[in-house]
Design a protein around this ligand. Sequence first.
Ligand SMILES: [Zn+2]
Length: 170
Amino acid sequence: MVTYMYTGRYPHYAPYDTTELLHCVDVYAIAEMYQVQGLKEFATAHFKDCIVFNLTSTIFPKVVKDIYESTVDGSRGLRDAVSNAAARSIRDDDTLNNSKFNKALDEVADFRKDVMKRLAKEQAVTIECPISTCDFQILIKAAALDSGREEICPECQYRSTYSYWHQVED
Ligand SMILES: [Zn+2]
């Protein structure tokens, strides 16, 4: 905290250094307590760099536990960072079958929920143009359904957000 106040950053460690992750969690909690937004963002960015190398490390369950115990639900920085990283590599057998990774999923229910929500958003869905004379279909990520962005059907040029398109059951 004091280091940050004077220099705008805190000392840097290698991404493989597991204690660095816990340090990020501590810094984030302190930054939240004193409402130092810049420091929260800095800790989150640094955390993201390190966490990808540590999803199966001995320290991972403690990292997850500390994050969910030291932050509230509305404070998304580290919660999103860790659950997104977990969701991204959960299809990797080495991660999915890893005992440390599973310990974190077992012990922290809110982490489990966040990973599931992230996976649901990343799930691919097939949707069909809502114009009845057009049968154009496209495969998109579920998250794109409520992006709010207008899309143009390449076949009939109908313009709308994907929320108006029909989901195709498989
Ligand atoms: Zn169409």
